[in-house]
Design a protein around this ligand. Structure first.
Ligand code: GDP
Length: 461
């Protein structure tokens, strides 16, 4: 075991709640908690003698009859616990002071306050979970949509680990065979090996490419679909955003200070997270083109996964409208003809060139067209863009970078095989790919990287 001491931390949010949980993990957790825990008759309880995975009711006391709180104590002895060590969880009343008093008492009796993410790190170091599972714990906590939860949960259950282990197994077999044959050419022949390695390299290349392709979806799942709202000034961009942010809508967060000129809102529509970028704040000047904030509109469109082009139906189409439509022409998006409550000056026939996008009549003032709009983008992303199913969607930047690196080694190997290079040259690329993939699950990863990963975790996790 890596950690010798026993650590304790408040595992629940610091905001007021009816219950809080204090987690204690390590060899001495039973002993330490026993020293402050008394049953309803004020008798001391020896937790090490209690059955594992049971709950005891009682009091936390500084000393007999000096009660701090009425609690439930959960006993989870290792290895069947979160950290694989002996874990005791104290469920006390919610409230900052109570938790602090219990935590301080635990420290006085020999526990150390856990570092952020230390419990998950212990689980990793004790071999209960791999690094990709540990990272998914954080993603699960931070998930902002149903599919993000689903995705992190499947990673937590070891989906990435299983796939990576499969790929590494193929590499290791080739590597071992190659090394053995090079060491003992008299008994092991490399005849026909080129064909085997060719087949394996092709398969590895395809699988890694597929994982990387899916990681684009992973980004949409985790960060939300970047949706730019564009249109000339006064077309109703802010009103549209307000309309979609109607009271019954779950607004996940406001993102303050993203830029001075744009406003971002995260909104969950159906099971999907959308990140709306309102370019309404674009600076207005005398110059018509600058007035439109050409650069910003362009950038907003370029960096968006989806573009909402707003047209004011009550005014003739102008150069600025065509500019926006033109910029967004080859981008996935929708055209909303806003202000449908006013007499129309624009007809659909005026938009023939842009018909590759769905056009919806809309009214930000009354909400007409909102339902149709939401249904359209939700179905579009679920069926077409996100294609969420049982596959692996890598959402973690560290893991994605390692996938790219591993693919690079496999591509090099592929080139060597294709060019008929001598077999002894294959080992280097095979080894690189093997080690890089190992870093994804934490098998060959350096301590400082591990520390860095867990440093970003929350306290008590
Ligand atoms: P932005 O500059 O594109 O963000 O436009 P705003 O959202 O600030 O709207 C400009 C003006 O149009 C405001 O006076 C809004 O009240 C008005 N407006 C926006 N949407 C509608 C609509 O659907 N119908 C009507 N009648 N007025 C609207």
């Amino acid at each position: 075991m890596f950690y010798q001491d026993t650590a304790a931390a408040i595992a629940t949010s610091s905001k007021d709640g009816s219950i809080s949980v204090i987690r204690v993990s390590g060899d001495r957790s039973c002993e330490i908690v026993s020293s402050i825990f008394f049953d309803k008759h004020m008798n001391p309880v020896t937790l090490s003698q209690c059955r594992t995975h049971t709950i005891r009711y009682g009091y936390i006391c500084e000393k007999e009859n000096d009660i701090i709180d009425e609690v439930l104590v959960l006993i989870m002895k290792g290895p069947k616990s979160y950290t694989a060590e002996d874990v005791i969880e104290i469920q006390c009343h919610g409230g900052y002071m109570i938790c602090q008093m219990i935590l301080e008492l635990l420290v006085r009796r020999g526990a150390r306050i856990a570092d952020p993410g230390e419990f998950t790190k212990r689980a990793f170091l004790n071999g209960r979970i791999d690094l990709s599972q540990a990272e998914s714990v954080m993603e699960l906590i931070q998930a902002k949509s149903d599919i993000a939860v689903k995705n992190s949960m499947s990673q937590l259950r070891g989906k990435i680990k299983k796939k990576i282990e499969e790929l590494r197994k193929v590499i290791l077999e080739d590597l071992s065979f190659l090394e053995a044959a090079l060491d003992d050419p008299e008994h092991i022949t490399l005849d026909n090996f080129s064909e085997t390695i060719r087949r394996h390299t092709q398969q590895l290349k395809e699988e890694l490419e597929h994982l990387l392709d899916n990681s684009q979806n992973g980004r949409l799942i985790k960060e939300g679909i970047r949706t730019a709202i564009v249109g000339k000034p006064n077309v109703g961009k802010s009103s549209f955003l307000n309309c979609i942010l109607r009271d019954d809508r779950a607004i996940v967060t406001d993102i303050p200070g993203t830029t001075r000129d744009t406003l971002e809102e995260e909104i969950k529509i159906g099971s999907t997270l959308f990140r709306f970028i309102d370019t309404a704040g674009i600076r207005e000047t005398e110059d018509v083109l600058e007035n439109l904030g050409i650069d910003k509109t362009k950038k907003a469109i370029e960096s968006a996964d989806f573009v909402i082009c707003l047209i004011d139906m009550s005014r003739e189409l102008e150069e600025e409208d065509f500019y926006v439509l033109e910029q967004a022409k080859n981008h996935p998006g929708i055209i909303l003809c806003n202000k449908s409550d006013l007499p129309a000056r624009v007809t659909m026939e005026q938009l023939p060139e842009y018909e590759n996008k769905k056009v919806i009549s809309f009214c930000a003032r009354t909400g007409e067209g909102l339902e149709q709009f939401e249904e359209y983008i939700h179905t579009l992303f679920l069926s077409d863009k996100i294609r969420y199913n049982d596959e692996i969607y890598i959402t973690n930047a560290r893991q994605k970078a390692l996938l790219i690196e591993a693919l690079e080694s496999i591509r090099q190997l592929w080139n060597s095989v294709e060019a008929g290079m001598p077999e002894d040259l294959y080992s280097i690329d095979l080894m690189n790919a093997y080690e890089t993939l190992g870093k994804m699950i934490g098998e060959t990863v350096e301590d400082d990287i591990v520390d860095k990963i867990f440093k970003d975790f929350c306290m008590g996790k």
